[in-house]
Design a protein around this ligand. Structure first.
Ligand code: ADP
Ligand code: MG
Length: 437
């Protein structure tokens, strides 16, 4: 679900314990059963502002699924009903499950001590791209991997936009999941996980959960201390972060989290998208459409290739986060045309009548391909090609941005093989077959 700022801080790895209260999350223990005994909780997969998500075993199909358990307060239940409606439309139009969007399998209500929770049963996927970026120590993935991921996201967006008329409105690395976990031992299928069918003995009700939290908190604190020490060592030239191999990680992925999605002709929110992935027309309130998802896609693609967010605005003395964001966009993409700058309900808050920012006067222009070469050390030609893929999607004029379908035709997405790249060639062509391109 969308939150106005990214929940991407490295330390914030657990949901708030305080949110396990009336109207909030449902506390789950390993072995708990749901929907009349059909699904049995195995372990927690993740969480969001609205829900916790558990790996569950489906007795009926003898398979593993992801069980998304929504907070129970009315506004969360309302959002879940809407999400179920969108997910049902998505599943109805994708019977072959090939459109790179998560599949809804089932949904039901679950009554617990904190209230009634709507639950969604989803196909089980792996880690998010945010986790992949962190796993790779923000070093940037090689281009063939970025290409493969981009193709999946674009197939998903093309399906949503063109076939269903649905806008995701919160596309970001956190909401795109690899089809299988980074760590093969976490993959219930590959690791041949034996399902837990009943609650392990010796866990008392709330005590178990509280202990679990305290234990995790202590572990997290210890981890932070170790991380700080090794960071200091790294900055002193000792213990640099090891280069992690990404070989063997399947880069196929799917778009998830339709908690804030909407039908293009039934928009109900003025402010959409997580800050860093927010399109200029959303900041300016000039109206948005599918092209706003495309903007977030371009921000995500840049982040995959470099390990850094494309725009990370901050408020400062005398200017707001929005103004900084608009300044950063112009520094990278050139001056915003006056008509666009002045075309939104909020324009007057930021721009003068000449289309110049009121409070940030001096901009330092730095084009995307120069940035890729000078800051990220990309070879000139690769930087130019990647920039030629991204820049049109980052057009200030939403109607000029290419659609997902058009992006899929771009030459940058065609795999390039060098003499030394044969090992990848096989993997990629297998990947492509699976994608049915
Ligand atoms: P919210 O609406 O609360 O943000 P999300 O749908 O984004 O919920 O799910 C929260 C987290 O749960 C995700 O970031 C991911 O880590 C995990 N998750 C969600 N869906 C799945 C799935 N189908 N398979 C595996 N993990 C999932
Ligand atoms: Mg989410």
């Amino acid at each position: 679900m969308s939150c106005s700022s990214s929940s991407g801080s490295e330390e914030e790895e657990e949901e708030e314990f305080e949110s396990y209260r009336k109207g909030g999350y449902h506390a789950v223990r390993v072995g708990d059963s749901f929907n009349g005994g059909r699904y049995i909780a195995q372990r927690k997969l993740g969480w969001g502002q609205f829900s916790t998500v558990w790996l569950a075993y489906d007795i009926q199909t003898s398979g593993f699924v992801a069980l998304k358990i929504q907070k129970s307060a009315p506004q969360f239940a309302q959002a879940a009903l809407h999400e179920i409606e969108v997910l049902s439309a998505i599943a109805d139009g994708d019977s072959s499950n090939s459109k790179c969007v998560v599949q809804l399998i089932d949904h039901f209500k679950h009554m617990g001590p904190n209230g009634q929770h709507l639950c969604m049963v989803l196909e089980c996927l792996g880690d998010s791209l945010l986790r992949l970026i962190r796993y790779n120590h923000h070093k940037g993935l090689d281009f063939n991997k970025v290409r493969e991921i981009c193709k999946c996201i674009l197939i998903g967006l093309d399906y949503l936009h063109r076939e269903l008329n649905i806008l995701h409105t919160d596309l970001k690395p956190e909401n795109i999941l690899l089809v299988s976990p980074i760590d093969p031992s976490k993959d219930p299928i590959r690791s041949k996980l034996t399902p837990i069918l009943e609650r392990p003995e010796g866990i008392n009700l709330n005590g178990g959960i509280t202990m679990n939290f305290i234990e995790k908190k202590l572990k997290r604190r210890a981890k932070r201390v170790v991380a700080r020490i090794s960071e200091r060592r790294a900055s002193m030239g000792q213990n640099p972060k090891p280069q992690r191999s990404l070989d063997g990680i399947n880069m196929r992925c799917k778009v998830v989290d339709f908690g804030s999605a909407c039908w293009a002709d039934q928009q109900f929110m003025e402010e959409i998208q997580t800050r860093q992935y927010r399109a200029p027309e959303v900041i300016l309130r000039s109206g948005y459409s599918a092209s706003a998802d495309m903007w977030s896609f371009a921000c995500t693609a840049f982040e995959l290739a470099t390990g850094d967010m494309l725009f990370a605005p901050k408020g400062g003395q005398g200017f707001s986060e929005d103004e900084d964001h608009l300044a950063l966009m112009q520094e990278l993409l050139g001056k915003m045309p006056k008509k666009i700058a002045n075309g939104g309900v909020r324009s007057k808050d930021y721009f003068d009548r000449y289309g110049d920012l009121k409070r940030i006067r001096r901009l330092k222009y730095w084009s995307l391909d120069r940035l890729l070469v000078e800051k990220y050390n990309f070879p000139e030609t690769e930087a130019r090609e990647f920039a030629s893929f991204l820049c049109p999607i980052l057009d200030f004029a939403p109607e000029k941005r290419p659609t997902a379908q058009q992006c899929l035709q771009h030459s940058w997405l065609k795999p390039v093989f060098t003499m030394h790249d044969n090992s990848n060639k096989d993997k990629l062509s297998v990947g492509m077959k699976n994608l049915q391109i």
